[in-house]
Design a protein around this ligand. Structure first.
Ligand code: XMP
Length: 509
């Protein structure tokens, strides 16, 4: 157990809800995102030092609008309401929230004196996105910020430590947003800043050591950052960890070697690397339909892992790389399934174990990476770009063969090498080559060629839910195109994918 300070971010379904939570964490304060339906008693049980209400798509005066009990606002815990959360606070205390004036985008805001605005410039840009506004403040509150059209851009009841902001302090377009959140957390809630990855790693390793001791633990390493960091934390805590890495033969060039080098040679882990590439290729023979390929790869993966698990026998614990976004239950609705995702989450059924351990359950992705560096993993693992479970199997359009895998690995390697050389690897979220099923005519030397088209995909994104195609400079694309066509036999044409997500997806299958 630890006594870390906690802030509760109460989710009203706003698009920036996870961003708010991340911003709080970035300030060195641990927070949890809970749906607005969480009972007041349950929230207060966590002894939060502060509560933040997120924005949301609803109108607070609607009959079915999400609400909170007044008791939550009167519990003596500081509250910051953002956008919908601000209107909800006003409404709950008897203020009047009405339609218009609407504001979208950047607005100039002037602030008055308040604990929330200490050190904030008198005028600055803020980011607005609202259709309702606070027409009349509730008793005890006063306006602490205005824009040319919004008389209550922020409000406060300083005695009760209740604050509301109509704008979004969490987005980068609000110039003083970081400072304002900092003021709420440190000046109003009395945060100490005890949430650091150094603390987290040390506490987690100690807790794992106490819980697991010398019992037997199993972990499926995928090469991805989550399972890598989870396994390494457990490895640092327990002497009896066995890691299994299933190589389906659909990894990127040199990737399997790198995984073995880092974890077995570098970290000294007991790592079983299973070369199952032949089995996967055999299972995929003649299959062209993307969903079918995904399902086959997922099922085969489970089979191979099951066989290895049987050899190892009963274990006490199974490590899973579950991270916080997988755990969060959103305030409103769930979304439709577009593709059947494969990751190592489907393993529990096939392993004989007593309990699952999920050391990263509380971390956002960027925190997982920071923790990875903290415990000594190299950048090649920690900063690894997202890679789908079915690997190159869904980047080869049509049937997957050993020859095509080799062609794609080589093309992809060149693409990655040149992106890194151009210094673009940090700003592009994900970039990879795709081997299409299209053959076109070309000429090399005096010879006619009839080879494949290689697609290049590079996107900027925050979480993979939406993405924009990366504006790679033409001269970099030129080098990549020329190198791939010259160095990779079997490709004679390059196409650069200029679609965003939506309407496309990031992967081609
Ligand atoms: P899409 O293609 O759906 O991809 O826009 C969004 C992100 O998810 C990755 N992806 C996967 N990750 N198992 C995974 O663990 C999968 O089956 C899978 N399919 C896609 C994709 O690379 C992108 O980052």
């Amino acid at each position: 157990m630890n006594d870390r300070q906690t802030v509760i971010v109460l989710d009203f379904g706003g698009q920036y809800n996870q961003l708010i939570a991340r911003r709080v964490r970035e300030q060195g304060v641990y927070c949890e995102l809970l749906p607005f339906t969480t009972p007041t008693a349950k929230i207060l049980e966590k002894s939060p030092i502060g509560i933040i209400f997120t924005g949301g798509p609803s109108t607070v005066t609607d009959k079915d609008a999400p609400r909170v009990e007044r008791a939550l606002l009167e519990a003596g815990v500081p509250v910051l309401g953002i956008c919908y959360g601000c209107q909800l606070m006003a409404h709950t205390f008897g203020g009047v929230v009405s339609e218009g004036p609407r504001e979208y985008g950047r607005r100039t805001m002037s602030v008055l004196e308040s604990k929330l605005f200490e050190g904030v410039s008198p005028t600055s840009m803020c980011w607005m996105s609202h259709t309702s506004y606070i027409e009349k403040l509730p008793e005890g509150f006063h306006s602490i910020a205005v824009t040319p059209t919004c008389p209550v851009a922020a409000m406060a009841c300083e005695d009760k430590k209740l604050y509301g902001v109509q704008f979004h302090p969490e987005v980068v377009h609000t110039e003083e947003g970081g400072k304002i959140l900092h003021n709420f957390l440190y000046n109003v809630c009395g945060a100490k800043g005890d949430w650091t990855m150094g603390n987290f790693a040390a506490e987690t390793i100690a807790a794992l050591r106490e819980k697991i001791g010398d019992k037997k633990v199993l972990c499926a390493l995928s090469g991805g950052v989550d399972s890598a960091v989870a396994a390494t934390l457990v490895h640092k805590a327990c002497p009896n960890l066995v890691c299994v890495y299933v190589d389906h033969g659909l990894m990127r060039k040199n990737e399997t070697e790198e995984i073995v080098r880092v974890f077995r040679d570098g970290q000294g882990m007991d790592l079983i690397a299973v070369d199952a590439s032949k089995r996967f290729l055999a299972a995929l023979k003649g299959v062209t339909e993307p969903e079918k390929k995904r399902k086959i790869i997922g099922a085969e993966f489970i089979k191979v892992f099951e066989e290895e698990a049987k050899k190892i026998g009963a274990v006490d614990y199974l490590v899973q790389g579950t991270i916080y976004p997988d755990v969060i239950e959103s305030g409103l609705g769930a979304s439709a399934k577009i593709k059947s995702h494969h990751n190592v989450g489907g393993l529990p059924d096939v392993v004989d174990f007593k309990e699952i351990v999920e050391p990263l359950r509380d971390l956002f992705k960027d925190e997982v990476r920071a923790c990875g560096f903290e415990i000594g993993l190299p950048a090649s693992i920690v900063m690894r770009q997202p890679f789908p479970g079915p690997g190159l199997g869904i980047r080869i359009i049509g049937e997957v063969t050993a020859e095509k895998v080799k062609i794609l690995q080589d093309a992809d390697y060149i693409f990655r090498e040149e992106i890194a050389r151009a210094g673009l690897d940090k700003e592009i979220w994900q970039y990879f080559a795709v081997l299409t099923n299209v053959q076109t005519v070309g000429v090399m030397g005096d010879e006619r060629t009839y080879d494949r088209v290689c697609g290049l995909r590079a996107v900027t994104s925050v979480d993979g839910m939406t993405a924009d195609w990366a504006r790679i400079p033409y001269d970099v694309l030129e080098v990549i195109s020329s190198r791939i066509v010259n160095e990779v036999k079997g490709i004679n044409r390059i196409a650069y994918d200029i679609t965003s997500k939506p309407p496309s997806t990031i992967e081609w299958e």
